[in-house]
Design a protein around this ligand. Structure first.
Ligand code: PHE
Length: 344
């Protein structure tokens, strides 16, 4: 008789469900409190014949354990469900915190700024949307110079007519002009920034890239000063045994002008695909500031001389990190950026 009751209760308890904390508490009271169903069995227990007491006692204990377990399980279930649905803390910091990385071009730009900073150059910046005056005219570009052609320069268009005076700067040399306009020598600045040229995008060319311009104007500045500063830069950037070579070149705003190569950092000058098997890689253009430029920016060219240089940040980054495709710099692929974690 009592065994049957125990069996029934056990089945009942195993099938229990509850929707909220109140119901769980009701069930606990119904089965497990002093006046609950399990304690009520004790009245019947007194009538159990002595030889069965052991067996029945064990069954009652099992029932009690099962009831406790069930009530606890319901509580846990309810709390877990409750947390997921009602108590999600959307403001909590998701761990582990994923740190971002600096962009490789930023890492290299900062390194270049630091090197020139130690040589006494301060920073100057200018606008990316520029006028013809600062990008070309003040820099001694003839009115019919091909660089003004639509092939190279992005002109800012209005709805109907093309405003040819407003352009995206094609080089950071425009910042030279702006600095000289505002400041009398001595001037010693570097000007990092993005520049734009109307080129088809490929692995080796892009319609925007980054340059760092250098400008030094004072009395008695000579080409030797320029060469020494560039050699120091190359050695600091690429190692003490780096060699440089200057090749004569032409820029409207410098005279004489040169392009500078450094010994290929990738093959150590032996020749590889990157340096097209020459052992040398071009990294910048430079020269003595043309007196016409000084005069057009309000600096007396009979008193002052100076040098300027403009280096390509992508090229230098490639030499350091061998990025094979220029497009990777602007795609923001996290897998690419993650590779620069240790360089930060
Ligand atoms: N502005 C030139 C270019 O974009 C580089 C340069 C800068 C050359 C300063 C000489 C002096 O190619």
């Amino acid at each position: 008789m009592i065994l049957k009751k125990i069996e029934q209760l056990l089945q009942e308890i195993n099938a229990l469900t509850a929707d909220n904390a109140g119901q769980i508490e009701e069930l606990r009271i119904k089965y497990l409190s002093k006046k609950g169903a399990i304690n009520a069995l004790m009245a019947d227990f007194r009538d159990v014949p002595a030889e069965q007491k052991k067996e029945v006692g064990m069954k009652i204990n099992e029932l009690k354990t099962a009831a406790f377990a069930k009530v606890n399980a319901l509580k846990e279930q309810f709390e877990a469900g409750n947390n997921e649905s009602n108590h999600l803390d959307l403001t909590r910091t998701p761990y582990p915190v994923r740190l971002g990385t600096r962009h490789p071009l930023t890492i290299v730009k900062n390194e270049i700024i630091n090197i020139f900073g130690r040589m006494g150059f301060s920073l100057a910046e200018g606008p990316e949307v520029e006028d013809d005056l600062h990008v070309f005219t003040k820099l001694n570009f003839a009115a019919d110079h091909p660089a003004r052609d639509m092939q190279d320069t992005f002109f800012v268009e209005t709805n109907e007519n093309v405003v040819r005076n407003i352009i995206l700067r094609t080089h950071t040399s425009s910042v030279q002009a702006r600095v000289m306009e505002k400041t009398q020598p001595p001037i010693r600045v570097i000007c990092p920034g993005r520049v734009y040229r109307n080129e088809a995008i490929s692995a080796r060319a892009h319609c925007f890239f980054h340059q760092i311009e250098g400008l030094y104007i004072d009395k008695n500045v000579s080409f030797t000063d320029l060469k020494q500063v560039l050699l120091t830069f190359a050695r600091e950037m690429f190692g003490a045994d780096t060699k440089i070579r200057l090749r004569p070149s032409y820029f409207p705003f410098t005279e004489p002008s040169a392009e500078m190569d450094i010994s290929c950092n990738i093959c150590g000058g032996k020749g590889c695909a990157f340096c097209k098997h020459t052992g040398w890689v071009e990294i910048l253009g430079c020269g003595m500031v043309d007196p016409n430029v000084l005069e057009s920016c309000g600096i007396d060219s009979s008193v002052y001389t100076g040098y300027a240089f403009g280096l390509g940040v992508e090229r230098i980054t490639n030499l350091k990190y061998q990025v094979s495709d220029l497009r990777m710099f602007s795609e923001n692929d996290v897998r690419f950026l993650d590779e620069f974690k240790s360089a930060n």
